[in-house]
Ligand binder design. Sequence first.
Ligand code: SF4
Length: 443
Amino acid sequence: MNQFDDYVKALDPDVRASVRKATTNVARARERALSVLFEDAESARLRAMEVKSHVLDNLRGYLLRLEERCVHNGIVVHWASTADEARILIGELCLGAGGVGETVVKAKSMATEEIHLNEHLEGLGLEVVETDLGEFVVQLDHDTPSHIVAPIIHKDRHSVSETFQREGLGPQSSDPATLAGQARDFLREKFKRAKVGISGINFAIAETGRLVLVENEGNNRLSTTAPKVHIAVMGIEKVLPRESDLPLFLKLLAGSATGQLLTVYTHLIHGPRKAGDLDGPDEVHLVILDNGRSKVMNGPYREILRCIRCGACLNACPVYRASSGHAYGHVYSGPLGAVLGPALEGVAGVGTIAKASTLCGACEEVCPVKIPIPAMLLKLRSELKQPRAPWLAFQQAASSQRAWSLATASLPVLSSLPNPWTANRERPQRQGRDFRRWWDERA
Ligand code: SF4
């Protein structure tokens, strides 16, 4: 945890304040929205949990059905077992559509962040432009997203304005509408020029082969309809059985993620443009990504695959609020990342981020699909190699009354000695009187 602790210790207080304010506001908005959206939000969460669990229990069948319906609709379906396979495949599709030097516009997608797609495409000589406003700022600053829903939760409008001025997008301004206008003017030219648009997917409906995307800025609409080729990337767990499941998930996602009753845009993509359509791509490709998910499906962290990437657990987590997403050092941060990161990549690699939690249970309380995150964090921690010596000392002290009395009597002296735990934390001060002495006196 040293890396995490060191990051938090060095964190700019303004960044911490930005993250705390934004997460607190969204958490409040979530409560309001869910109370308006559902007569009984708890039952809605339960229903969503059941649907997603049913999908995981029958995943192979639903994915094959999805493939069949997509092909019927004219969507080309590709399967990628690993990040490498997905990157190579998408790179070939992009080069096939335009060639070196062409522009690729991208809508926000955690799956493509996960496979580090941008670096690969840029390495092939393509110009990759993020079109979600937050992701666009992240890209200009050579930064990484700090939140799965709000990538620049760690920045304020003044730093965004500095970035835009530095990149020649327009004069300095603290007016959000002016800044949005500067980004819009810049990106509009990229949309006009791009031959390929890449997006993620929020849900894919097995029954109809429909791809569902939600957003608030309109950049997804342009990324998926203006270029002649649209490539959608989804993890295998994004499938939903029926169209009739969609309203529940659209409401839960919007309410939990941003406190909205519904996102501004909901796109239902049925396939490429048909004769007579005024716009739309000539080709739609769907890349279905595994990248470790099958392994997770068969292990103790299977339930994390119910996640719909709403970010509510990040907003509710006291550790995330005090540290920001970058502290986790992984594409997925917060309670979700503390489970999904090690589940996908192995405990030996990034398992220590499972310690970045107080286990207060706030994440599970807000999760729209009721993922038992604290229990999984405990399981992950048990898989980590624990330093044995302190626990053996505790075991010895706790197993005899005499040793325990001696240990507690010497605690003030022992705890004043330098040790790794207090290197990054405030030393708790003993409060009040000694309980045993008080008890003996009372007797
Ligand atoms: S784990 Fe639950 S609360 Fe966290 S992002 Fe996923 S669905 Fe949302």
